[in-house]
Write a new protein. Structure first.
Length: 312
């Protein structure tokens, strides 16, 4: 299913109409990617939580090198956090089982007129004397765990996190239009602005990646071909400490659809939503980036594309 006309029909059936801006990238097998834009074209945009699998790849590279142990505790790397950090392991952060509270909540930031930053999230975490749950006992999707992972990568590697990602991921893969952006401006040069008057997504790890549909399709290709040597790790589902399996790997949902393996994740922020997916059995991948924050509509479009790719 690589017909631009069919992709356009799915875009419209998902509820995108006149004035909506969305781009879809899709690839099947060895065929070149197909891109379809709806509305005014745009290039670089924030992809919100799609960033998590890229952050996880940075962590995985250090793990593969023996420089980072997933059993090490958070307090070893971020000792300025409260005493509970000695009970949270790196693997807990990866699989959202650390029991961390949410921090940098969107509407609280908007009321306070503040942007979402790494320093702000660490500061909020520092104000919590207890965790929401015992680490390893509950899966609860929490953004701050991935912000902590970006700080851990930075401290293990001894260089700024965006520099590590650029030199180890983006440059080797030829993703010239992709970068982590921590400000101070709300978006990087050439980036498509998020919703005016809303907090800027300047935190790293949980968010922070600005990219293009073409670059994210290149990312899909690299993981499908294991060009970084970490694909197996990224697509390994996590477990609770009692062995209960989870539908979440390293920064990405590891699930099935119609009996086929599916690796996907979404992201949303004010003025944008994104979806990325890979179907190993079909040797296919897709990317959706929309300049609105109607996440349900973006998911509906991604679901439609996925269903077409796995149809007999």
């Amino acid at each position: 299913m690589d017909s631009p006309a069919r992709i356009t029909a799915l875009i419209e059936s998902a509820g995108y109409g006149d004035g909506d801006r969305v781009v879809v990238g899709l690839r099947c097998g060895d065929a070149p990617p197909v891109y379809v834009s709806h509305g005014d074209p745009f290039t670089t945009a924030c992809v919100a939580s799609v960033s998590k699998q890229i952050t996880a790849a940075c962590v995985a590279l250090l793990v593969r090198q023996g420089r980072l142990d997933v059993e090490s505790v958070l307090a070893e790397w971020i000792p300025e956090l409260p005493a509970w950090a000695a009970t949270v392991r790196v693997r807990h952060l990866i699989h959202h089982t650390g029991g961390l509270p949410e921090a940098g909540e969107f509407f609280a930031l908007k009321r306070a007129g503040r942007d979402r930053t790494v320093a702000g999230i660490l500061g909020e975490l520092g104000g919590h004397e207890t965790l929401e749950s015992t680490p390893g006992t509950t899966f609860s999707y929490r953004n701050p765990g991935y912000t902590c992972l970006s700080v851990i990568v930075e401290r293990v590697a001894g260089k700024p996190f965006p520099d590590f990602a650029r030199s180890r991921l983006f440059e080797p893969l030829g993703m010239a239009g992709t970068r982590y952006w921590a400000g101070p401006d709300p978006f990087p040069p050439g980036g498509t602005p998020t919703e005016p008057g809303s907090p800027a997504p300047l935190s790293l790890g949980d968010c922070g990646v600005w990219s293009t549909a073409a670059d994210l399709m290149r990312w899909n290709e690299a993981l499908a071909n294991d060009e970084l040597g970490v694909s197996g790790l990224l697509h390994t589902a996590g477990r609770l400490d009692d062995g209960t399996p989870l539908p979440y790997g390293w920064g990405i949902d590891v699930v099935t659809r119609a009996g086929f393996p599916l690796h996907r994740h979404g992201g949303v922020w004010a003025g944008l939503s994104a979806q990325i997916a890979r179907l190993p059995a079909q040797r296919a991948g897709l990317v959706v980036i929309a300049l609105d924050h109607e996440e349900a509509r973006t998911q509906r479009l991604a679901d439609g594309l996925i269903d077409e790719l796995i149809a007999p």
